[in-house]
Ligand binder design. Structure first.
Ligand SMILES: NC(=O)c1ccc[n+]([C@@H]2O[C@H](COP(=O)([O-])OP(=O)(O)OC[C@H]3O[C@@H](n4cnc5c(N)ncnc54)[C@H](OP(=O)(O)O)[C@@H]3O)[C@@H](O)[C@H]2O)c1
Length: 237
């Protein structure tokens, strides 16, 4: 198999948090890395400058724009769909349009990105989604819609693993628990309640998630597909 340094990697949503750590992981291994972003131009520019990766402005909620970005990148060996929105609150109060926007980014976009990438993906390719432990455990009220979007990735993962397995392409989902990012800061108002539910009472780090991404995208992981991989400090234990 080709070394990582010969691989083309696309990360959807790589300007901040877990996505930026995944960009750094693959760039430091010498891969050709492209990543998309939508709102954080300065953060994207500094990730690109620090890593040599190419930053591409593209709203994952714009289906056809995202498909074009993936098509224009040429054959992609590794696709990581990381972009995600987290909207929580009383379902009776949450705005319907905001929920639908979250579904567009968290569900529609990973489906279309994965299918588009698979068209030209070489044998031995890797498709990886960043899901959430909330697909399996929702210990608090207010996260039904978010949990629904992440549970959708489970069906997508299993189905696409069957669709593309004959080509040696693996499809997996990583399900992080609380991870220290802008979305869920380790010193945020919910940190103590989250740690109460965990076996290891701390937020994970974006680098820990990126390391698992690297493992699942490596040559040694060619037999791992159609599976969800927890990295949650025992949140779901
Ligand atoms: N942090 C946690 O505790 C946790 C736990 C479980 C799962 N996750 C999942 O892990 C993933 C990353 O989360 P994070 O904590 O790193 O979140 P974050 O700090 O909010 O970063 C989100 C990243 O996704 C990008 N993104 C969001 N909407 C986008 C869009 N429409 N188009 C393109 N890029 C978009 C953002 O880029 P821009 O700002 O440039 O738009 C940013 O780079 C998400 O899927 C999230 O659901 C996180």
């Amino acid at each position: 198999m080709a070394p990582v340094s010969a691989k083309s990697v696309m990360i959807v949503g790589g300007s901040r948090g877990i996505g930026a750590a995944i960009v750094r992981h693959f760039a430091s291994a010498g891969a050709t890395v492209r990543f998309t972003y939508s709102g954080s131009r300065d953060a994207a520019a500094s990730v690109a400058a620090a890593t040599g990766a190419q930053a591409i402005w593209s709203d994952a909620g714009d289906r056809d724009a995202l498909r074009s970005v993936i098509r224009d990148a040429g054959p992609i060996d590794i696709l990581v769909f990381n972009a995600g929105l987290f909207l929580a609150g009383d379902p009776l109060e949450l705005a319907a349009d905001a929920i639908d926007r979250m579904i567009d980014v968290n569900v529609r976009a990973p489906y279309h990105a994965a299918v588009e990438a698979a068209r030209a993906m070489p044998g031995g390719g890797r498709i990886l989604f960043i899901g959430s432990v909330n697909a399996d455990r929702t210990p608090f009220p207010g996260i039904a819609a978010y949990a629904m979007t992440k549970a959708a990735l489970q069906g997508l993962t299993r189905g696409l693993a069957r669709d593309f397995g004959a080509r040696g392409i693996t499809v997996n989902t990583i399900q992080p628990g609380p991870t220290d990012t802008d979305m869920n800061p380790s010193d945020g108002p919910f940190a103590a309640a989250l740690h109460d539910v965990m076996a290891i009472k701390r937020h994970g780090t974006a680098e820990e998630v990126a390391s698992l991404v690297g493992y699942l995208c490596g040559d040694q992981s060619g037999g791992i597909t159609g599976a969800m991989h927890m990295i949650d400090g025992g949140f779901a234990a």
